[in-house]
Structure formats: C-alpha cells, structure tokens
Design a protein around this ligand. Structure first.
Ligand SMILES: [Zn+2]
Length: 181
C-alpha cells in the first residue's frame, strides 16, 4: 500500500497544521482507492480541515454529524469519497511532536482507510523535503519542520505505516543549479 498525496492535499495538510499551530488540527482525506495488481494505492486529492473540530493541545475531536454531512455531499461527486482523515501532532514547550499514533488514534483507525499524522515543530534549520526510511515525508517550509506519516490497515490487521508518495513536495523547493539570465 502506498499513500499518494497530490499538490492540493499537500498544501491542505501543511496549512491546516500551521493555522492552529500549538493546537491540533483535524480534517478529512478525500480521494479514491486505486489498485494496480496486488498494489493498493490511496490517492489523496484533497485534505479538508474540519472547521467544527474541537481543538486541544494534545487531542482533537471530530464532529460525527459534520462527518456524515460531508460523506453524503461527496456521494454526488463521482470518484471522490472520504478515504480517511488527518490530524496534527504539535510541539508544546520543549517537547517535540511525535510522529507515531497515540492509543486513541489507533482505536479510531478503520480497515481500508488511510490516516495521515502531520507532526509540526519549530524549525531548527532549513532542510529540504525528502522521503525517510520509515516511509514518512519530512522537510521545512517557512518557520516549521513537518513530518507526514501515513497509516493504514488491511483485513482487520493493526494499522501499519505505509509509504507516502508526493512527487510535488520533493520538487517544489528545488532550484536550478545554474541561474539562467
Ligand atoms: Zn494523534
């Protein structure tokens, strides 16, 4: 399984986390599932923050009725549905944001859905966006360091990390080696 994150969804994830920084954001991942042979892909087209989320420093709660309204609304849009959700883990004081799911996070993970945790911290130094060995994607933009980690579970097995594919993130801050004048 792989989680493909579009340019749109990438910015949605980052901006949602930045907007409420020092509190957690919560939102829905909208897109579709694609299967190529044995390989299942989650195609995340949009990451939409929940305006009705109850935000706290360590937790964030969704609104089940709002969630239902959005799912119903998406039924009229071909190819798009809610395929999971995202929330942020944020720096607080000197303790930096974790990238692993809490027990509560794990309990809320359903089979065949994808979940993204956006860990957001103060930037210590500028680092380019890159894929990490554990499948996560990390880098700095403006004053923040981000790490995006995706989880999914299949056939009722516990959720596991799945690699993120986001070609846009690796390219968007690349500069040409030689400026052309
Ligand atoms: Zn969490």
């Amino acid at each position: 399984m792989t989680a493909y994150i579009s340019q749109n969804a990438f910015w949605g994830l980052l901006l949602s986390a930045v907007e409420v920084y020092k509190r957690e954001c919560f939102g829905l991942l909208i897109g579709y599932r694609d299967r190529k042979g044995p390989e299942e892909m989650f195609i995340v087209e949009h990451a939409i923050p929940f305006q009705t989320a109850a935000r706290r420093r360590r937790t964030v709660a969704s609104n089940p009725r709002a969630h239902k309204r959005i799912e119903k609304f998406l039924q009229s849009i071909p190819h798009l549905s809610v395929i999971g959700d995202f929330h942020s883990h944020t720096m607080w004081g000197y303790s930096r944001a974790a990238s692993h799911p809490s027990d509560t996070d794990r309990e809320s993970m359903l089979t065949d859905n994808v979940y993204v945790i956006v860990s957001i911290n103060d930037r210590l130094r500028v680092v380019p966006w890159k894929y990490n060995d554990d499948g996560s994607l990390s880098g700095t933009t403006d004053d923040h360091h981000f790490r995006l980690t995706a989880y999914a579970s299949q056939a009722d097995a516990p959720a596991r990390r799945v690699p993120i594919l986001c070609p846009y993130a690796l390219g968007f801050d690349a500069r040409p080696l030689h400026a052309v004048r």
